[in-house]
Design a protein around this ligand. Structure first.
Ligand code: ADP
Ligand code: MG
Length: 903
């Protein structure tokens, strides 16, 4: 580029300072983007790319969006994974000499960006920051829309990954160097890449993570002398993570410390004090919560279904009967973080039970909740100075409901509810101030006056009356002028261009008094002014300007006064959310006849008449059959569950996991009776459907998940294995499934309660050599040529010959069926060695034949088979995956075998 216009020079200087951002360059009523930014944005936003205008050289690509709808575009760019720097004009363009001064006033990232109105009301949006010294990792997270700010420490990289998955961050911050720390770097990358598009990752400068610097950032922000009160003292990595997070937010929210110039009196775009709603930091321990890793959350469909990733059909969809957004967010947090502490769980259950019992009470309470606004996000806007008048009114109305809520909820005989109510403060002085100062129906704009209630400010009242008087004099003037001129149709009117004027129709214009000054000639009328009219007008308009100014000033003052109670406002919001979440769970419990689970430290899961919470809601054609499940970690540690396809194996596994989660989050459960010994973690390996998410083969995904289970399961875990080994050849799969089950049985400290749904019938032999393994199967019945699913899980293993039954159903000739049965028996008989032990379940440690094959074999290789043709057919049967065969395929195969045998 040979000649750069000064504007483009200015643009490029900003671009240099924010190279990783798309630069929104304010020009009048538009934000313009140039060069490759314009190309990126036009692609991401579907806006037109041009190459002219604005005094630029012809070749500069250009794209723009109107400033008043910029939020929408910002949100979309950020969703698409971009970071955007907003560059504003910071002086009045009309007064500027040369190029208008500009400054970047905000950097927008996924975690911080979007105005709260655009967030889904019932979910949180966390920015998460991680620091690590290799030994230990600190993690801090902040919800920018509410100010919630917490930190913790994690020992192992897997724990870090789990916690990150749990939080579902919108944005991850790490120092670049962290990515090179073995284990930790991979964990962060894995989480980031687990979504499409990947979770946005950014790297604050290393200095921000410096222990002293981070500490100072926190102390300065909270105006504190010590971090003791926040409980983070003594957790250096947590302090580093939290400090860097705040530092980063300050950099993005106030990058250059310049307020933008407000064009045409519109509201400034930046908020005066963007972080003042971050009022506290608290330390939490991740061992307070059950661990739910990403694949478990996905497989159990906690918030989204596997099939279409939609909320409808998920557990949250089923459970959520909250009436406020605050309650919805609390419930979602509870769902993602089931408790481990029996007392805390029972306190929640007590509260839910109390509310579930009394319908009238719950109805009254919930109808009060219905009138609450989202006080949490409103408080954040108040604290940051971006709240509108209607926000303040909503805050007042919400606070006004607190005494009624306290009175009603206070009847509850529940320590949990009482404790929640104790910290709920009706803030009478705030309510009093707001009702005195603010009108009942404030306008949506802050720049049109009409905000402050009469009687609150003497100056406003006086100006209002001056304005009113002048207006009525003007109105009186119309009558006087009609008389004087003798023109009965003379009118006094107002418009924005001329202010007040007198209008007379063309026909009568000639009789206008001589002191009228002509202003404008229309087709049918003439418009005039008089000095007297203009004098009155000056009074009215002067008063109006001053009034608008005063209303605004007093409003801002009012907002600041309310902001001084932001901490309590947020506290109130959290507590109202908790009450709503409890009431929502109670509502659910009553509506769906759920049962209070008995939660204890027994380590047992004993469910009687349990059902899947969601399936009966979705499938109305078949009555849902409840089932019992007993896992006691002793006799019943591992349940091997067999049964044909579609029998209901996966469903039983899932419902057991869901019931456990519901119990530990403090919810009633779908069962006739349930006793749940707290579980520290649920592992799942469910279905082979969700393949290739991260570009791995099914089998690789499956084995990675299996490895994770074997490394991390404890005696207190619940492991749900569904069709493990399916992604590989029969023998590989079977042997891996077998070994995994043995490991979970034998390895000390890893004896997780395990449910193992499998199509490998061979696995039922495990029960013969392992004490704590029990066989179950899901009943089906063959009746008049149809398979009927009974859906009942009963002890014992199922018949092995489903494949052959299916073949019969498909109409295979009787002789073929008979022969197939013989062959099958033959195969099965060799599964037991002469001593009667299952041939493929040698105990670990028992000597294996030195020269024996590592691959399992049903036939000792040393003995040549008696009949080579039969052996070949047997081999074919052996390699069949009966569950995967269609009847037609089975038929074809049998034809081939028969032909083979006839040879
Ligand atoms: P499997 O894992 O044995 O192949 P699933 O658990 O996937 O079978 O169940 C298949 C379908 O059967 C489910 O989608 C559900 O609609 C239905 N089903 C499962 N269990 C029950 C039950 N206990 N009562 C009624 N319907 C059930
Ligand atoms: Mg299944």
């Amino acid at each position: 580029m040979t000649k750069l216009t000064p504007m483009i020079q200015q643009y490029l200087s900003f671009k240099e300072r924010y190279p990783d951002c798309i630069l929104f360059f304010r020009m009048g009523d538009f934000y313009e983007m140039f060069f490759e930014d314009a190309e990126k944005a036009s692609r991401a936003l579907g806006i037109t790319l041009t190459a002219r205008d604005k005094g630029m050289p012809e070749s500069v690509p250009l794209a723009g969006v109107p400033y008043h709808s910029a939020d929408v575009y910002l949100a979309r760019l950020v969703e698409a994974g971009y970071k955007v720097a907003v560059c504003e004009q910071v002086e009045d363009p009309r007064k500027a000499k040369g190029i208008v001064k500009r400054a970047v006033t905000r950097v927008i990232t996924p975690g911080t960006a979007v105005s709260p109105e655009r967030l889904p009301a019932k979910s949180s949006r966390y920015v998460v920051s991680v620091a690590s010294d290799g030994e230990e990792s600190g993690l801090a997270f902040l919800d920018f829309s509410t100010g919630e700010f917490k930190a913790t420490t994690l020992r192992r990289a897997e724990e870090l990954a789990d916690e990150l998955f749990r939080l579902e961050p919108a944005e991850i911050l790490v120092p670049k160097s962290l990515l090179d720390i073995p284990g930790v770097g991979e964990a962060v990358r894995e989480v980031s890449l687990s979504t499409e598009p990947p979770v946005f990752m950014d790297h604050p400068e290393e200095e921000a993570y410096d222990p002293d610097k981070a500490r100072r950032t926190l102390l300065e922000h909270f105006r504190a002398d010590t971090l003791e009160g926040f409980g983070v003292e003594g957790f250096p990595q947590a302090v580093r993570a939290a400090g860097a997070l705040l530092y980063y937010l300050r950099e993005t929210q106030e990058p250059e410390d310049v307020p933008p110039f407000a064009v045409g009196g519109d509201e400034p775009i930046t908020i005066p004090n963007p972080l003042s709603h971050v009022t506290g930091l608290s330390y939490y321990s991740s061992s307070d919560y059950m661990v739910l890793d990403e694949s478990t959350k996905r497989n159990l469909e906690l918030t989204r279904t596997l099939r279409d990733s939609k909320p409808a059909g998920s557990l949250f969809w089923f459970l959520d009967r909250t009436v406020t957004s605050m309650g919805g967010r609390v419930l979602r947090q509870w769902l993602h973080s089931p408790l481990m502490d029996v007392d805390r769980i029972n306190a929640r259950l007590d509260a839910v039970e109390w509310m579930a019992q009394d319908h009238a009470y719950r109805l009254d309470l919930r109808s009060l909740f219905q009138r609450l606004s989202d006080l949490e996000r409103i408080s954040a806007r108040i604290a940051t100075g971006s709240a509108h008048a209607r926000d303040l009114r909503a805050a007042r109305e919400t606070l006004e409901l607190i005494p009624a809520i306290k009175a009603l909820a206070g009847k509850a005989e529940s320590s949990k509810i009482q404790e929640v109510l104790e910290g709920l403060d009706p803030l009478e002085e705030v309510v009093g101030l707001l009702s005195m100062a603010l009108v009942d129906e404030p306008p949506s704009s802050l720049r049109d006056g009409g905000l402050i209630r009469p009687g609150y400010s003497a100056e406003i009242d006086e100006l209002t009356s001056v304005q009113r008087d002048a207006k009525s004099v003007i109105a009186g003037l119309e009558a006087a002028e009609r008389q004087r001129s003798g023109i009965p149709k003379l009118k006094v009117k107002y418009n924005k261009v001329f202010g007040y004027y007198i209008e007379i129709s063309k026909a009568q214009a000639a009789s206008a008094p001589s002191d009228y000054i002509r202003k404008q000639t229309l087709v049918n009328a003439e418009r005039f002014i008089t000095p007297e009219l203009k004098e009155l007008e000056a009074k009215v308009l002067g008063a109006e300007d001053r009034l608008i100014e005063l209303h605004y000033e007093l409003f801002v003052e009012l907002r600041e006064k309310v902001a001084s109670r932001a901490v309590q406002l947020q506290e109130n919001a959290r507590r109202l959310g908790e009450l709503d979440a409890i009431a929502g769970l109670a509502e659910m419990a009553a509506a769906k006849r759920l049962t209070r689970p008995e939660v204890d430290e027994s380590g047992e899961i004993d469910i009687k008449g349990g059902w899947h919470p969601v399936i009966p809601e979705l499938v109305k054609t078949e009555r849902f059959v409840p089932n019992d499940v007993l896992l006691d970690g002793q006799e019943y540690q591992i349940l091997i569950i067999t049964g044909p396809n579609m029998a209901g194996k996966s469903t039983i596994l899932r419902q057991t996991g869901l019931i456990t989660i519901m119990a530990q989050m403090g919810s009633f459960v779908p069962a006739r009776e349930a006793r749940i010994g707290v579980v520290d973690r649920i592992f799942t390996r469910v279905g082979a459907s969700d393949v290739l998410v991260r570009g791995m083969s099914t089998f690789m995904v499956e084995m990675t998940e299996a490895a994770n289970i074997l490394h991390n399961a404890t005696d207190k875990s619940l492991v749900l294995l569904d069709e493990i080994g399916r992604g590989t050849s029969t023998f590989d799969g079977l042997s891996i499934a077998w070994a995994v089950a043995e490991f979970l049985h034998d390895a000390p400290g890893r004896r997780a309660k395990t449910m193992f749904a499998t199509h490998y019938h061979e696995l039922v032999d495990l029960a013969e050599t392992r004490d704590r393994v029990k066989n179950y199967h899901v009943l089906v019945k063959e009746w008049e040529g149809e398979v009927i699913f009974l859906r009942r899980m009963v002890p014992g293993s199922t018949s092995r010959s489903y494949g052959i039954q299916v073949a019969r159903l498909a109409g295979l000739p009787a002789e073929v069926i008979e022969r197939a049965k013989e062959i099958l028996e033959n195969l099965e008989s060799v599964e037991h060695d002469p001593a009667g032990k299952p041939a493929i379940s040698k105990k670990a440690g028992e000597p294996r034949k030195k020269d024996g094959p590592v691959q399992l074999s049903f036939f000792p290789p040393s003995e040549p088979p008696a009949d080579p043709v039969a052996e070949k057919v047997a081999g074919q049967i052996r390699d069949m995956d009966l569950d995967a065969l269609t009847p037609l395929e089975a038929l074809t195969l049998l034809h081939e075998m028969k032909a083979e045998l006839k040879k």
